[in-house]
Design a protein around this ligand. Structure first.
Ligand code: TRP
Ligand code: ZN
Length: 856
């Protein structure tokens, strides 16, 4: 077993390579355990000194320089590097022949096999597990790829770019692919195997016809039609909204079952975790459908933001990821509902990024150092990165934003760019001040203070930076609501902030005053969640109820509901009797209002997570009391809203094959009602729906309502569900996740039992995440007082440290929440992490364990 001796990489050490690599020919002779890779790269000196290439666990079998075998004295080679000591001073072709074993590749980086299909994953540093290279994003190369495999002609042989030739001869298949666009190693991909396909075409804005293929496991082709539809809509949207046209003759997507992340944007050959491709109403939920739409769009949009313009170095990861998340969010907003999408994105940001930014794992959106690049694919880089783009958009408006993007594409196409390059394209008032959003970790707080005296209303906003951070420009969207509608902004006087169209830019402090009013207005602050900040505002039930009733910004309404709900749970947690009458009445009115979108109403009815309550409590949290407060609150709300909920539940069920956002909204609203009723002890509807449902959305919602309220019959219903879906891996994942997240006392033992289930395996990341990852989200079970929950997750991480360190490291990040709990728990977790740190060998696990155990 190889031990990674990771070293810290610093942004300030960036230097271009002394050689360029304008062209590479790759020849693959595929074999399950001895694939031979012959790589011939043309190198051109732009500096002097040795040619130092990266490798990772490679076996080198031949070296040639300009076609002649090279004497061993001319180079130094080991599994992890190749150095040509004194390269020619003119362009030269270096051929390196390596041998790799796809079947032994459990890390799922480089070339591996999933269900017998050869596939690759090169981002960030997987290419060096195939051949030696300048495996870094600023070295751009044109590739010709030749693939040879045994086969009868049925198999697909794919790589990036356009197909030049495909041949079958004497039981041997071959294919030649040429990608005319220079690209970094991380965007290289190869796929080969026996796969089925759905095929379509797309005609681009300039009239070019592009062949589209989605390859899936044979027999599952009908489940790829929604992904194909999402792809075509993505291609059309990028043309109309950003003027971006696709640039090759063919676009291929391949779905594989074993994949470390969601999907990968390899040029012209996206590779996907099959959970983001395969769908059919009987096996996939509405949430799965929208996830597919998002990820298909995200990877497609990378063609311009990531591939045509790539990153100079990995510190610039947010340049492609934050921007591409912003683009996929906009796509979903335009395709579905802007208000609902914003709420969904804020939920995600608050659930994952805010906690990360307050934890020992906190880092900047554009960090200045890292130990292991794989651990930088985080909510901060992706989701906070997208928020920073959104703030630019808010501050300059859509027209100037689009002009800035056009400028970015015009100036940087074909290059490896930096965050500074990107920001320079937009007319910001103070770009230097804005850059601090990229360079400082932590979530700022915006304090809201209000006064009303003698007809004069004053609103004061104060910025409180995160610890160690400075004052940054914060766009605040604001409206003052009164009985007669919104107060005309022209009547307000603003001190201390810059006023932009529809927003104020807050630095230290802003004071807004309005005179000659008959009554105090209600301030609707941070409309649309105009900046990734924590809003600190005195609790005021009457004010929040007014916002719920009168505000027309979906986010601020939803946020007022969250504030009241978390406040009520907090009171219960602190031992107060609990009175949710006013909130229940307001929610009942909101939920019954047909003028609102069903999805929005459903979101309002979803009780804030236990995690949200834990964040609000802050320290020395008692997980059992959290569960009790959460359950007590849900039950009370369900009981108080019974009539409305029953009426909502009796609405017609949309047809099973209607997977539109609208139909999904109607299902979501019915299911939210069912869930609250079940929390209040009325589980009959859920019990019936668990067996009668015609969609996975409704079946899973019913099972969840039974499982999470520990209703009679929950165990049997889950067992029947597991038995019925024995041969549906993606459905089994849902089963495992539900068993792992049930809040009852038996969760730990149940999960230990399920680890022995014939279908459980550490080899498939989706399965590990569904059982162990979900267990780590089970508050009371993971944070058991005896430390056994920590032990379980740590043991799995230790096992995976050897076989799949990326997945192991990801699992361990759950430990960053432990600081919210009492000291016996923190000590139990510290012991477990110390043990992990001592025994781990991968740089991935060592990096996370070290940061989690660091003092201070
Ligand atoms: N670039 C991918 C995305 O679109 C992320 C990704 C996929 C990835 N697979 C990976 C990152 C493996 C690191 C390792 O977001
Ligand atoms: Zn991405």
């Amino acid at each position: 077993m190889r031990t990674d001796t990771g070293q810290t990489v610093y942004l300030q050490d960036y230097a271009p390579t002394p050689y360029r690599a304008p062209h590479t020919s790759l020849m693959f002779a595929l074999h399950p355990t001895r694939t031979v890779v012959r790589a011939t790269t043309l190198y051109e000196p732009v500096g002097t000194g040795p040619l130092e290439l990266a490798g990772d666990g490679l076996e080198l079998v031949a070296v040639e320089l300009d076609g002649e075998a090279l004497d061993e004295s001319a180079y130094e080679a080991g599994p992890d590097r190749f150095v040509l000591k004194a390269p020619p001073e003119w362009p030269f072709a270096l051929t390196l022949v390596t041998v790799v074993s796809p079947d032994d590749n459990t890390e799922l980086m480089g070339l591996y096999r999933s269900n017998g299909v050869y596939c690759t994953q090169c981002e960030a540093e997987g290419y060096r597990r195939i051949t030696y290279a300048y495996d870094r994003p600023d070295v751009l190369t044109v590739y010709d790829v030749f693939i040879v495999a045994d086969g009868d002609g049925e198999q697909v042989l794919l790589s990036n770019g356009n197909l030049v030739e495909r041949a079958v001869k004497d039981g041997r298949l071959s294919a030649h692919w040429h990608d005319p666009f220079p690209k970094p190693t991380y965007l290289f991909a190869l796929v080969a195997g026996d796969l089925g396909a759905v095929t379509d075409t797309f005609t681009t804005m300039s009239g070019r016809k592009v062949e589209l293929n989605i390859y899936v496991e044979r027999g599952k082709e009908p489940r790829a039609t929604y992904a194909m539809d999402a792809l075509k809509r993505s291609m059309a949207w990028d043309e109309t909204r950003f003027g971006r046209e696709y640039d090759l003759d063919i676009f291929n997507i391949v779905a594989v079952s074993d994949f470390n992340m969601g999907a990968m944007e390899n040029k012209g050959l996206n590779v996907f975790n099959d959970r983001y491709v395969l769908a059919d109403p009987a096996v996939a939920t509405d949430q799965d459908y929208s996830g597919i739409e998002t990820v298909i769009a995200h990877e497609y949009f990378h063609n311009w933001t990531g591939n045509r313009i790539t990153c100079r170095d990995w510190f610039q990861l947010c340049l492609k990821e934050g921007l591409t998340v912003f683009r996929d969010q906009e796509f979903t907003s335009d395709e579905r509902s802007r208000g609902v999408k914003r709420i969904a994105d804020v939920r995600r940001l608050r659930a994952a990024q805010f906690p990360e930014d307050a934890s020992p794992l906190r880092h900047c959106v554009r960090p200045s150092k890292y130990d292991e690049i794989s651990n930088l694919y985080t909510a901060t880089v992706y989701d906070k990165g997208a928020e920073l783009i959104r703030m630019i958009h808010t501050m300059i408006g859509e027209a100037a934003f689009r002009a800035g993007m056009d400028d970015y594409f015009a100036r940087f196409d074909g290059t490896a760019a930096t965050v500074e390059d990107f920001v320079s394209c937009f007319p910001l008032a103070d770009p230097g001040a804005f850059m601090r959003w990229y360079e400082e970790p932590g979530t700022p707080t915006v304090k809201v203070d209000e006064r009303y005296e003698n007809g004069r209303y004053t609103l004061e906003l104060t910025q409180v930076p995160a610890e160690g951070a400075s004052i940054k420009p914060i766009p605040v969207r604001l409206a003052l609501l009164s009985d007669t509608g919104a107060v005309d902004p022209a009547k307000a006087t603003v001190h201390g902030g810059e006023i932009g169209p529809g927003h104020i830019v807050l630095k230290d402090r802003v004071k807004v005053t309005v005179d000659r009013l008959n009554a105090a207005p209600i301030a609707s602050v941070m409309r649309g969640f105009s900046a990734p900040v924590t809003i600190e505002r005195t609790a005021d039930e009457a004010r929040d109820l007014t916002l719920i009733a009168k505000d027309d910004d979906p986010f601020t309404v939803w946020d007022a509901v969250q504030r009241l709900a978390v406040g009520a749970m907090r009171a219960r947690y602190d031992g107060a009797p609990g009175d949710e009458s006013a909130l229940a009445a307001a929610l009942a009115t909101l939920a019954a209002n047909d003028g609102h979108e069903p999805t929005f109403r459903a979101l309002a009815l979803i009780v804030p997570t236990r995690q949200t309550l834990i964040e609000a409590i802050g320290s020395d949290v008692d997980p059992d009391k959290v569960n009790a407060a959460h359950q007590g609150f849900s039950a009370a709300l369900g009981a108080k809203m019974q009539d409305v909920l029953a009426r909502l539940y009796s609405a017609p069920v949309p047809p099973a094959d209607d997977v539109s956002a609208e139909a999904a909204g109607h299902r979501a609203l019915r299911n939210a009602a069912m869930h609250l009723l079940a929390a209040a002890g009325e589980t009959d509807r859920a019990a019936t729906q668990a067996t009668s449902a015609t969609t996975m959305t409704d079946r899973l919602a019913a099972l969840g309502a039974l499982a999470f309220t520990d209703a009679p019959g929950a165990d049997d219903a889950l067992a029947a569900f597991a038995a019925a879906n024995e041969h549906e891996p993606l459905v089994l994942d849902k089963y495992f996740a539900m068993e792992a997240m049930r809040p009852d006392d038996g969760a730990l033992e149940r999960v230990r039992g399920l680890m022995e289930h014939p279908k459980f395996s550490l080899k498939t990341p989706n399965r590990v995440r569904s059982l162990i990852g979900a267990f780590a989200q089970n508050v009371a079970a993971f944070h058991r007082a005896d430390g056994e929950g920590y032990r379980l997750v740590a043991d799995v991480a230790k096992a995976l440290d050897k076989s799949n360190p990326q997945v192991a490291a990801r699992l361990l990040t759950s430990f960053s929440d432990v600081r919210r709990f009492d000291s016996p728990r923190r000590e139990a977790a510290a012991d477990v992490l110390a043990d992990v740190l001592q025994t781990a060998t991968s740089s991935d696990v060592v990096d996370i364990a070290r940061r989690l155990t660091a003092k201070g």
